[in-house]
Design a protein around this ligand. Structure first.
Ligand code: FES
Length: 116
């Protein structure tokens, strides 16, 4: 049985849009990896919450509806991300739900791999 898929659009800093599919239960990092979305350096720590390269920016509305709030560990890591906003999250910590179908997320222009 195939898991239900939804559509996610990644909007790059240069305005380029990449709309791809992801399965319910996958993380936004999984979506990037599984679809080979071309985002330089994204997800460097493979979701182990040690890099901040999976920083994504949500609209206020989408941000408020995300299924989980950021943990302290995520917030600590987010603090190290460049271009941090009030509606920033780490993509590896966001799990897809059906409600997210059609979601658009912005990818910041600069990625900070804090391990470097
Ligand atoms: Fe490294 Fe999310 S992939 S913190």
């Amino acid at each position: 049985l195939n898991k239900k898929q939804i559509e996610i659009t990644f909007v790059k800093a240069n305005g380029e849009r990449d709309t791809v599919k992801g399965s319910i239960g996958d993380s936004l990092l999984d979506v990037v990896v599984n679809n080979n979305v071309d985002l330089e350096g994204f997800g460097a720590c493979e979701g182990t919450l040690t890099c901040s390269t999976c920083h994504l920016i949500f609209s206020k509305k989408d941000f408020d509806q995300l299924p989980n709030k950021a943990t302290d560990e995520e917030l600590d890591m987010l603090d190290l991300a460049f271009e941090l906003t009030d509606t920033s999250r780490l993509g590896c910590q966001i799990t897809l739900t059906e409600e997210m179908d059609g979601l658009e997320v912005k990818v910041p222009a600069t990625i900070n791999d804090v391990r470097a």
